[in-house]
Ligand binder design. Structure first.
Ligand code: GDP
Ligand code: MG
Length: 437
């Protein structure tokens, strides 16, 4: 990981005698690369390393007793500062307090509405009212109702009314009459930014004048998250960002980029599908995460050096088409074993790295994983999407692993596949990254 990488390069430098400004610049190039790998926007990464360089020279890193450690500290603190320094508070003024949720479809608005209601109810003794403003899909209203039931919070809906502005206004009136002191307005999203959605959410904001407008974004979407954040901010001038799906091995780079590009604080993070999987955003913790993340891009590169050309091309094609399957996964594990030095490599593999972090790493480290994959039928390996509950049971029994182990592997596989696809898209088309600005 980045932190170890820095330590290592500074150790090397020390062995070579005097550390020079050129050496620092070279190390910062490493840092910049690692940030890009973590999905940090290109310009943001450049600006960041410039600042760190100035600070490193200012703090006389070159003459420090442990320059590597000091350097890591400067990088860490600067990351935290860039992401807002302190934990940002949510504005709870107003009676009722009105919170408006915005964001693309699937970003996690509805789930986050439920999570916020639950948190503010228990932590601040609020009486929340949830408002179903996603009027286009009946399933969306139903979803919010189910969440409301789980946390014992009423959901305001208007059957047959397709005007979310009216619904939101009526809901606030209803809240006042019935002494609810917190109104959370869930809204409809689209799969991509479109004009109608923007007009609608802007109209709701204008009508209800929320105390807090939150922009919800899926942290798994990497660079796209930055573009979406910018477009929503231009139209809505939102007050804060909610980063969802930070569970698993999601890279935290989006947090840094969004913060820098739209200059709005990240206020909450979602860390799971359950309703208590909600945290305030802690910049220092996110800095840890970015520094310690699995470096999938360099893993792919290292693996490719070992592959023959043809195999590598085939893998690239599969990743791009999302056809990367368990046969490839198994082949990759074989490759990794061939490369040796597992300890070094393990930290680079999201999911796998974490799972075997505390284990004595040798060639047996992958045994459990291999046994699970080998208990899959050829069809299951080639097409992991068909592995349903009963198949999972069978695989667990057949391989002598628990169902939990099987589920964990499938989840990690899915995440790895997604990360590889993202890494591949950036690698094969660097302009995409530039266009993100
Ligand atoms: P919306 O379309 O913006 O309202 O998104 P939803 O709230 O319906 O969420 C879309 C999907 O993402 C659902 O399957 C949620 O369970 C899931 N989801 C939401 N937040 C998180 C999170 O923090 N972590 C994970 N793993 N899943 C989440
Ligand atoms: Mg929704």
């Amino acid at each position: 990981n980045l932190s170890e990488r820095l330590e290592r390069s500074f150790k090397l430098l020390k062995g070579q005698g005097k550390i020079t400004e050129i050496n620092v610049a070279e190390t910062l190039k490493d840092v910049r690369r690692a940030l890009l790998d973590a999905d940090v926007n290109y310009k943001v990464a450049k600006q960041f390393t410039d600042t760190v360089k100035a600070k490193a020279l200012g703090q006389n890193v070159l003459n420090a007793i442990q320059p590597g450690q000091l350097m890591v500290k400067i990088v860490h603190d600067e990351l935290a500062t860039l992401m807002g320094g302190d934990t940002a508070q949510v504005n709870l003024s107003g009676n009722p307090t009105v919170i408006l949720m915005s964001g693309l479809q699937g970003s996690g608005k509805t789930t986050m509405s439920g999570k916020l209601a639950k948190k503010l109810k228990s932590e601040k003794s609020r009486r929340p009212l949830l408002v179903a403003g996603d009027v286009y899909r009946p399933a969306a209203i139903e979803q919010l109702k189910v969440l409301g039931q789980q946390i014992d919070v009423p959901v305001y809906t208007e059957e047959g009314n397709k005007n979310p502005v009216e619904i939101a206004e009526n809901a606030i009136r209803y809240a006042k009459t019935n002494h609810y002191d917190l109104v959370i307005v869930d809204t409809a999203g689209r799969l991509a930014v479109d004009e109608q959605m923007m007009q609608e959410i802007a109209a709701i904001k204008k009508a209800v004048k929320p105390n807090e407008t939150l922009f919800v974004v899926d942290s798994m979407t990497g660079q796209d998250a930055v573009n979406t954040a910018r477009e929503f901010n231009e139209r809505l001038d939102f007050d804060g960002v909610v980063l969802t799906k930070l569970d698993g091995d999601t890279r935290g780079g989006a947090a840094l980029s969004i913060r820098t590009v739209v200059d709005k604080p990240i206020k909450f993070v979602g860390t799971g599908e359950k309703l208590d999987a909600l945290d305030y955003f802690h910049p220092a913790r996110m800095a840890d995460r970015i520094l310690g993340m699995g470096d999938i891009v360099s893993l792919v590169e290292k693996a490719q050096q070992q592959f023959d050309e043809k195999q590598a091309r085939e893998l690239q094609r599969k990743i791009a088409k999302n056809q990367f399957n368990f046969n490839d996964f198994l082949a990759q594990i074989e490759q990794i074993k061939k490369m040796g030095n597992l300890k070094d490599l393990a930290s680079m593999i999201p999911g796998v790295g974490k799972a075997i972090k505390d284990v004595d790493i040798d060639d047996n480290a992958f045994k459990g994983i291999e046994s699970i994959i080998k208990s899959m039928t050829a069809a299951e390996r080639a097409n992991p999407d068909i592995i349903n509950a009963s198949r999972r049971q069978r695989i667990a029994k057949g391989s002598g692993n628990s169902l939990q182990d099987v589920n964990r592997l499938l989840k990690q596989f899915e995440e790895t596949r997604k990360l590889m696809r993202q890494a591949n898209a950036i690698k094969s088309n660097p302009m995409k990254m530039m266009n993100a600005m």
